[in-house]
Design a protein around this ligand. Structure first.
Ligand code: ASP
Length: 592
């Protein structure tokens, strides 16, 4: 139907006749001449309809925003002074000969360039219209280029694209499962995969050696900011590999991707242990674009006569850390109060601070509600954080986990608020994760997943599980975890030990993933892999603010879709077929 996309028009086509198909982006009536901005996925072209072409003019005259038109005409240079160098097609226009309405359109619920005036729920309800916006098209186009690059790279490295089931059993990645009732097995349920983890491991047992998949994953997580119940992973697994192999492949994939798609040469990927990341940045995904670091001051604070500080400084699970912000002494009381509220979100009970007005004046030169409690150590403290005149030093004192979270988040917020970024891209690998984390009651759960190999023998693991490190690695970019993975357990005895430590009894293990345990008996090779979050990768590369912006049809933060109204009710008939009776419905109908 068309000869060119609207966005393709340029000076090389002058005097040629073209046929465009698309939507009326804007229609302007200029003293008897009608201007139509025609839009398709490639861009916008200006079409001029003259009254001389009477039929075309009459049709253009009744065209409205978002009508679907087919237009033929001659490309010509725009008259001097009306050119628009900001538009890719801004040097030319089409003088229409024929205008055909392929379809009319009701008045859209919002003008594309006024999408900011409506709430996201309206945009999601009419997503098909929202997706007409050039910025949205751009993001999805970038997404397509990214997955194309990833596929080409991995295929080139000998990885095979193999699909794994969507209707399956629970996969233990730490979230709640989405369940699907089975009609043919009354009372039984499939689970949607939280990731293809177990299947990719089984493919290694089969000998496929190198697997990848751009896979949908499903996790019914509590509403945390910027998560989607279904999301996409670039999932990778390989056999006869060690950490270096997987990290090497992953790093060259991402490096090439940035080069190819964004023309960005990423800097080196430093390696940081998990312990160091927590210590210096309060986070296992530090944003290294921000130069601020947390500095330990436990030893000093043990010497002060102020329980709020000396308590956590002396406690085994406590921590007192300082965060110096150069030039921060000019912060107003209101700004400090706002930061105090901010750290409160992370459980901090307060935010102590010292403003360094003039160090040469000693205590006189400091301004702080707490300095009177720590006169004996203040000089050493300021030396340690390298405080100079004009700086502010913040303090966190609590359980180490609270201090890390609160000061870690404050560090990122300060970086953002004060625009402290020292580079555009800061990638790194975080390695040497602990094998397990303990909850308040001391129960252990895997930091990655229960199939991750520890760095020690089963005996050592058993002797001190809390101290064991794992062979896991995470790739972090600008404070976002892009991907993570590990070398897996391929040895039955090691797997049993880990499950035992996790308190997963033999029976439960057999019932949940007996098939994997069986497979380990039948010649499982050493193997490992990782998975990238594709949505987050596209978000970072496109500069989008949320992952919803880079997913064509995302769910809301309450895990529903305003457009399809999913999840929706089903008929009693369907429920009966599935052998399901709903508690509330049954009650309402007096069946229970
Ligand atoms: N299955 C893991 C996850 O979804 C990734 C991996 O270990 O390869 O986080």
């Amino acid at each position: 139907m068309r000869s060119h996309y609207c966005g393709q028009l340029d000076e090389t086509l002058v005097d040629q006749t073209v046929t465009l198909c698309g939507w009326v982006h804007r229609r302007r009536d200029h003293g008897g001449v009608i201007f139509l901005d025609m839009r398709d996925r490639d861009g916008i072209a200006q079409v001029v309809v003259d009254p001389d072409t009477a039929d075309a003019f009459a049709t253009a005259d009744r065209a409205r925003s978002e009508f679907v038109l087919r237009i033929s005409g001659r490309v010509r240079l725009r008259p001097e002074g009306t050119q628009n160098p900001k538009m890719p097609t801004g040097m030319v226009e089409v003088l229409a000969k024929e205008v055909e309405v392929l379809n009319t359109a009701a008045t859209p619920p919002f003008q594309l360039d006024e999408h900011g005036k409506v709430g996201e729920d309206v945009r999601l309800k009419y997503r098909y219209i929202d997706l007409r916006r050039p910025e949205m098209i751009e993001k999805l186009r970038l997404r397509s280029r990214i997955s194309h690059h990833v596929r080409a790279f991995l295929e080139g490295q000998g990885f095979l694209d193999i699909e794994t089931p969507i209707l399956t059993r629970a996969t233990p990645e730490g979230a709640r499962d989405y369940l699907v009732p089975s009609r043919t097995h009354p009372g039984s349920f499939f689970a949607l995969p939280q990731s293809p983890q177990l299947f990719k491991q089984l493919l290694m047992v089969s000998g496929f050696d190198r697997y990848y998949q751009i896979a949908k994953c499903f996790r019914d997580e509590d509403l945390r900011a910027d998560r989607q119940p279904e999301f996409t992973q670039i999932d990778i697994e390989a056999s006869f590999v060690e950490e270096e192999d997987i990290m090497g492949i992953a790093e060259s994939m991402i490096r090439g991707l940035f080069q190819d798609v964004l023309n960005v040469e990423l800097p080196a990927f430093p390696r940081m242990t998990w312990a160091e990341a927590m210590h210096r940045y309060g986070s296992d995904k530090p944003d290294l674009r921000i130069p601020l670091t947390l500095v330990d001051v436990d030893d000093l604070m043990q010497q002060v006569d102020f329980k709020v500080f000396s308590g956590p400084a002396s406690a085994a699970d406590g921590r007192v850390a300082a965060l110096k912000v150069a030039g921060g002494a000019s912060m107003s009381r209101k700004v400090i109060d706002d930061y105090t509220k901010f750290v409160g979100i992370y459980g901090a009970k307060g935010l102590a601070w010292i403003k360094v007005n003039e160090r040469a004046k000693g205590l006189e030169g400091l301004q702080s509600p707490i300095v009177k409690f720590m006169e004996n150590v203040v000089e050493e403290l300021l030396d340690r954080v390298g405080a100079q005149d004009g700086d502010i030093v913040f303090f966190g004192a609590d359980k180490a986990s609270v201090v890390n979270e609160a000061l870690g988040a404050l560090r990122v917020k300060l970086g953002e608020d004060l625009n402290l970024y020292t580079s555009d891209w800061a990638p790194l690998w975080v390695v040497d994760f602990p094998m397990f984390e303990a909850d308040d009651k001391g129960a252990l759960s895997p930091l990655h997943h229960p199939f991750t190999s520890p760095s020690c023998s089963p005996e050592e693991l058993k002797a001190d599980p809390a101290a064991a490190l794992s062979r896991a690695y995470d790739m972090v970019l600008n404070g976002t975890e892009l991907g993570g993975g590990s070398i897996r357990i391929h040895d039955q005895q090691m797997q049993s030990t880990v499950l035992e430590i996790l308190g997963i009894g033999e029976e439960e293990a057999r019932e949940k993933f007996g098939f994997l345990l069986d497979a380990l008996h039948y010649g499982a090779p050493p193997h490992g892999g990782l998975a990238f979050g594709l949505d987050r990768l596209v978000m970072l590369m496109s500069g989008a603010r949320t992952i919803r912006e880079v997913i064509a049809f995302p769910k809301t933060q309450s895990a529903s879709c305003p457009m399809t109204e999913a999840p929706g009710e089903v008929s009693l008939e369907q429920l009966r077929e599935l052998n399901i009776r709903l508690r509330q419905k049954a009650k309402a109908e007096g069946q229970e």
